[in-house]
Design a protein around this ligand. Structure first.
Ligand code: ZN
Length: 446
């Protein structure tokens, strides 16, 4: 089977991956995840069942990472609130989202008025529990449905949070698949949200299946090396960048994956570099893959906000990395609430997302890049039968322009599609010019 066939997957294999992704989401949903701690390790252990070569990395608390520091590790054993009648009214056992992420320990009895300062709820979505964290400021708090909050009666409330914030480590998962080239395709997804399905588990599910399919190729069959990162949002990416100063040289293309299990249409946020100049190969590959699969794709320019592309695309790195999702963060009503649960995940949507990621990899694997071999003055095209000898021929003029554009833009980093986009010359004509220039050795494939 060709690489293209393996990366396309037949219907049976796609269904098998769909079942695997849905099962993973169900198994991982109840795990109490956070920026650090046992939940991340448990989640990575679950991924390792399908990806035996996944490496679990531990970076100690206090390690300086760029402008940040790896924080203390958070462990929670119990967290609840008892009402004036002594009955438990809120308990982390009922929902992982009830506890403000990184809450410091407390055991106190306080009035409803004082407790209110530590409660978080959504007035306009009164039935849902919000997701809130306080990673970088010491706080404690509980997240509850607004309707429950409104029903709390005045009186004394006993609050108990049995948590510790101790020296430990930040944990992330990394899987590297070597290819013919040391240049890498980096695929990154976050693993730090507790009991949220689309914003977290869908990315982990799709990226792990993607890694499994690419892992089924032999090293010699992969043009690129691939690196899959499963890390806590923001600080995980910052930590990885701090440990990999060579990333600017080794990362050839990349994608940040998130929100891939809802039924919304695909959204692609371009790489920073591609947004500032002409689109980069990863940007072209995503568009070409969507086109080839016949799926709608909304393309948006880079903004320095969102998921971990914020870190990978910061100006000192400016990695060629875009962000691919279905409905983007913050644009669906269930986002960062208890309604982002397993009911929101569609098996078919996860499967469609995996297909698109595979198609992008296929584009990158197949894409040819060209380099001009004569760039000190124009090569003499007439001598090679490539230049009109008679004026006034429109078709001839168009062809000459295509030849000159290819010679001007073929720098070893551009594909046919990019040359066409940048020059405004049709793909057909650029394709013709490339063939015409390859023949006499004026151009080479990189
Ligand atoms: Zn999130």
């Amino acid at each position: 089977m060709s690489v293209e066939e393996i990366l396309t997957l037949d219907a049976v294999a796609l269904d098998r991956h769909q079942q695997r992704m849905v099962k993973f989401a169900h198994d991982a949903y109840p795990i109490f995840r956070s920026l650090t701690g046992a939940g991340v390790r448990e989640t990575l252990a679950l991924l390792k069942q399908d990806l035996p070569d996944l490496k679990v990395r531990e970076v100690p608390t206090g390690t300086q990472v760029l402008d940040w520091e790896v924080p203390r590790e958070w462990t929670v054993r119990e967290a609840w609130i008892k009402g004036p009648d002594g009955a438990i009214v809120v308990d982390i056992k009922d929902h992982n989202l009830h506890l403000l992420g990184y809450s410091v320990p407390i055991h106190e009895t306080l009035s409803l008025g004082d407790l209110e300062e530590h409660l978080y709820s959504l007035e306009d979505q009164p039935e849902l529990i919000p997701y809130r964290t306080s990673y970088y400021v010491d706080r404690w708090g509980f997240c509850i449905a607004h309707q429950q909050r409104m029903a709390l009666v005045p009186g004394d409330y006993e609050v108990f949070i049995d948590s510790t914030l101790d020296a430990g480590s930040l944990t992330y998962g990394e899987l590297v698949l070597k290819g013919r080239s040391d240049r890498e395709v980096l695929v990154s997804t976050h693993c730090c949200h507790p009991s949220l399905a689309n914003d977290n588990l869908s990315g982990l599910a799709v990226v792990s299946s993607l890694a499994s399919v690419l892992g089924s190729l032999k090293e010699s069959e992969r043009r690129y090396s691939y690196r899959f990162l499963f890390l806590p949002g923001t600080l995980g990416a910052i930590t990885w960048l701090a440990l990999h100063p060579e990333a600017a040289e080794t990362v050839a293309h990349g994608l940040v994956a998130a929100n891939l299990g809802d039924t919304g249409e695909f959204h692609y946020k371009m790489s920073r570099g591609g947004s500032l100049s002409e689109s980069w190969p990863i940007d072209r590959a995503v568009e070409a893959a969507a086109c080839q699969l016949g799926v709608d794709l909304v393309v948006e320019p880079f903004v320095p906000f969102g998921y971990d592309e914020r870190q990978y695309c910061s100006p000192g790195y400016n990695l060629p990395i875009g962000s691919l999702s279905r409905t983007p963060w913050g644009r669906y009503p269930e986002y960062h609430t208890s309604a982002d649960n397993l009911d929101l995940l569609s098996g078919a949507a996860l499967k469609g997302s995996l297909q698109l990621f595979l198609a992008v990899c296929n584009e990158l694997e197949q894409e040819k890049l060209y380099r001009s071999k004569h760039n000190q003055g124009e090569p003499q095209l007439g001598r090679r039968g490539l230049y009109r000898t008679l004026g006034g021929d429109d078709q001839g003029r168009e062809r000459e322009l295509a030849l000159l554009w290819v010679l001007s833009l073929a720098d070893g980093k551009r594909s046919l599609a990019q040359i066409a986009q940048r020059s405004g010359v049709s793909s057909e004509l650029v394709g013709w010019a490339i063939e015409a220039l390859l023949d006499p050795g004026l151009l080479e494939e990189v």
